[in-house]
Design a binder for this molecule. Structure first.
Ligand code: AQP
Length: 328
């Protein structure tokens, strides 16, 4: 089965990205034939950014993925901008994507409201490029967090519409959203997802946070005035911590609730912090050596791009031909 997913080069990946996406990538590379993981630098330029910073953050993100267990011998890891087929395909797919569908995207509404100087056309068109990222590989499965559900639905619609208009060419992909941890919430505002761009540093745990910082953030996590360590109405904070611990330990949420029945919130938060410290330790320890070798990172990305291009160019040729673009 072909698996594809993209991740932004924001560098400082958080626990939501790790549980919702990165852990799924590592597991996906065993099943993928192939599994392709793409660092989507062209998506990152749709909001305000610093060019030199972008390059550094791209290396940070590549190093986090490798430290987390992605193995270039078992998956295809590459940089989006190295494979020009993505951008050409996105333009071609723009011909079968409804303007009204793009207008309904929650992420565009949220991100455009946060821009101070310019709401770029690129930000509006972003989901079409995202569709091209996946459809270029005829991927069947897309591992993502819950926040990407709407974008995946749109790319399915684009693929369906293309096939109806031009004949069976593209695969309609399925999303794969984890059962636990699909939406890790902010530790300070547990009714909002943990996010790179919204909220404060105390509400998000970074994959590379030191042990002390992790303990501090869980120690001050917002809970409620009750005493039960159970999911339920008005208990988003506790439910979030239950989900995090269950993902970190690889056990069910029910078993976490059973284990902590009758315990105090303070002890529970400490146990969650312990669990997350151990969960992230291997990545934190492997990261510095991988990150310091930028030539090595470039070599991994270049080899990945070559393999990716071989697959994407076939789809692009089929799409051009079906659409009557270029010579017969
Ligand atoms: N809070 C979350 N819980 C579970 N999964 C999450 N993801 C993001 N936040 C959570 C998943 O992480 C993957 C990579 O995301 P991205 O780097 O492309 O950025 P994003 O989806 O825009 O989310 P961020 O990192 O929090 O950034 P902003 O602040 O821009 O929204 C995706 O599969 C995503 O579902």
């Amino acid at each position: 089965m072909r698996i594809f997913s993209g991740i932004q080069p924001t560098g400082r990946k958080h626990l939501g990205n790790y549980i919702g996406a990165i852990r799924q990538y590592v597991e996906g590379q065993e099943r993928g034939d192939p599994a392709l993981f793409c660092i989507v630098d062209l998506h990152a330029i749709t909001v305000a950014y610093d060019p030199e910073d972008l390059r550094q953050r791209l290396y940070d993100t590549t190093a986090i993925l490798l430290a987390a267990g992605l193995d270039p011998a078992r998956c295809v890891l590459f940089r989006q901008s190295d494979v020009h087929e993505h951008t050409e395909l996105s333009w071609l797919l723009g011909g079968v994507c409804a303007h009204g569908d793009l207008n309904r995207m929650h992420q565009f509404k949220e991100k455009s409201a946060a821009q101070r100087e310019l709401v770029s056309a690129g930000l509006f068109f972003y989901p079409v490029l995202q569709a091209a990222d996946v459809l270029a590989y005829r991927a069947e499965e897309v591992p993502v967090g819950e926040d990407q559900r709407q974008h995946i639905e749109l790319m399915r619609e684009i693929a369906r519409r293309f096939n109806e208009r031009f004949g069976e060419t593209l695969i309609v992909p399925e999303h794969r959203i984890p059962e636990v941890g699909a939406k890790v919430m902010d530790l300070q505002e547990p009714d909002r997802k943990m996010s790179t761009t919204v909220g404060s540093d105390s509400g998000r745990v970074y994959v590379l946070d030191e042990e002390k910082a992790i303990r501090k953030k869980f120690g001050s996590a917002v809970t409620d005035s009750g005493r039960d360590i159970k999911r339920g109405e008005g208990k988003q904070g506790i439910a979030n911590l239950i989900g995090i611990l269950s993902a970190a330990r690889g056990v069910s949420e029910e078993s976490v609730e059973a284990e902590f029945e009758g315990a105090g919130y303070g002890d529970f938060k400490k146990a969650v912090a312990d669990g997350v410290v151990e969960y992230l330790r291997p990545v934190r320890e492997a990261y510095p050596a991988i990150r310091s070798d930028e030539q090595g990172l470039e070599a991994v990305l270049a080899a990945g791009a070559e393999r990716a291009r071989e697959l994407a160019s076939v789809t692009l040729a089929d799409v051009r031909s079906a659409m009557g673009v270029g010579p017969a």
